[in-house]
Design a protein around this ligand. Sequence first.
Ligand code: CAA
Length: 655
Amino acid sequence: MTTSLTFSDTVSGKAEGDVLVVTLNNPPVNAASAELRQGLWRALDHARSDNAVSAVVITGAGKSFVAGADIKEFGKPQVDPTLPAVVEKIEASEKPVIAAINGVALGGGCEIALAAHARIAHSKAKLGFPEVKLGIVPGAGGTQRLPRLVGCLEAVEMIGTGKPVNAEKAFGIGLIGAIAKGDLLSDALALAQSLKGKPVLRTSERIAPRSDQATVQNTIAKITLKAKGQMAPGEAMRLAASASTLSFTQGLSDERETFLRLRDSDQAKALRHVFFAERDAAKVDGLEHVEPLPLNKIGVCGLGLMGAGIATALLSAGYELIGYERDEPAAEAGKARILDILGKNLKSGRIDQADFERQAANLATTAKLRELAPCDLVIEAVFDDMTIKTELFQKLDLVIRSDAILATNTSYLDPDALAAETAHPERVIGLHFFSPANIMRLVEVVRCAQATPQAVATGFALAKKLGKLPIVTGVCEGFIGNSIFSAYRREAEFLLEDGALPQEIDAAMEDYGMAMGPFAVFDLAGLEIAWARRKREAPTRDPEARYVDIADRLCEAGRLGQKSGRGWYSYEAGKRTVDSAVTEMIAQSRAAKGITPRAIASEEIVKRLIGAMADEGKTLLDKAIAARASDIDLVMINGYGFPAYRGGPMFAASR
Ligand code: CAA
């Protein structure tokens, strides 16, 4: 006989014989909200006091087991019972508690599973500790229980990187005891029957399997290096590694103290902002009820570095791809470039042999534009020149179906002008990828003036399908990212003229957390594109506006960046080196303008550069190019190396 019980709005129970099945149902992801914790608490009380219950199975409704603490509660007064208290109560139960992990068990969700006396998972389940991505450490025993199950090495890796593991890996390392062979609940009930009446096995009482200490320390060093500037990974790994030396109680109190300290840190606040910013970016005004067009076959025109990267991303997502180049040898070279990236993915283990073969079979290249006729969407990634792009779009317009989408990958050109040259401007959008396009997460989806909502929605959905982060932008020169980057460049050059040297500006920004300082980035990207733009703009430039000509002098001297071996720095043997010739050129330019250089502290450098980005951001918001400040933050974090733990320029400037 089955009896239904209600413990709270989000927690229900069902007696399956003498096993109480507790189901957590807090859509959309079963976050461990106060309501859910209270319900679970009551369910455990019920199980303890009801003699008819011999064991408990905890499972989740929907796609999640529990996706962790409710992030919306962070920063608000704590409501009892806390997650650590609930987790402790689970483990303390005298009757066996089985976690039947039906989907994602993340953070606090994984901690609930670890506190159970046995764990069985669906084959599609994922378990992990993403806390470091939120600037915190696990706060309900995760750093102490996980190593006691899987050893310090695996625990340090999982907790330090925040990457989840699938059920197979979880089983392999001992994180779960079984993967369901049939129906998860039936298997969990059978497991409960086999455990009832026996003494329970508490994770906190286990001794961590031995890990080689040198390897643990090496792993910590590697992850710390990658997580440069962030506090949480180092703290999380220190806690996990301490499980081999500290008692459970000592480790737990250290974990709690660290969790509370980090939860209120600026880094955690910034990373929470980023988390919610990403969810907000998915909500695009005007697209709420718009169905994207179905896409199967996609064309990419131009198979250089950018086009090949885009093509690889499309193949990885399962699309059939037709790559176009201007002649047969270029098409063959493009194909080889794409296959080379796929081969590297195979070699690194990112894809397996079957994936490689499937993706290679989905790839065709051609030098005949008419062969793009069956495409549902075509992305052009040819040289960023208006005449070349216009001609290509006009031809494509005649070749593809009238309902197929045309997307331009231009960085700076006006896509509205391009659309106006076609017979169907309503199907033209921008999809601005970042190089290497198979790796970089950001895609700016450009809402062209005449584009239909469906065309924009289709581009947006495509980027999501590629596993990218699409951000919608209006049309202006450089869209969101390059507009902000131009303001950053401008201010960096003002700083240069005022007295700071490139290496001082770069050091200040790298210490702040930027992946690279601005001048190192200019050199990497090459100085010629910005130079050409400055020359183009020269006739219309306001003669009263401040203009720094040092970059022009560099270009005139053939210092075009890393590719030419010299730019803001010199690159003998590939190593970035300060060049006295550049210092001299800067001094000459200042002297010619009568500027007396002054020492500029790194705090001022950072403040001025972030301020310049934020000011430009405000202009983009005023002009409705960006929908929200947090979209601008995401663009700079995911496309320009802005440190996520600073929240992006708009967030940083607002604090
Ligand atoms: N708390 C509150 N809300 C959450 C949440 C959480 N832990 N996780 C997801 N949500 C919300 C999102 O904000 C989003 O809300 P809106 O629809 O209102 O925008 C909604 O759930 C759906 O989220 P996604 O769009 O991300 O859905 P998805 O299906 O693509 O991904 C997921 C689901 C894998 C669970 C993903 O949401 C995720 O990774 N969530 C974060 C998990 C996490 O970081 N957990 C650790 C929390 S910290 C912790 O647990 C510390 C502790 O021990 C005390």
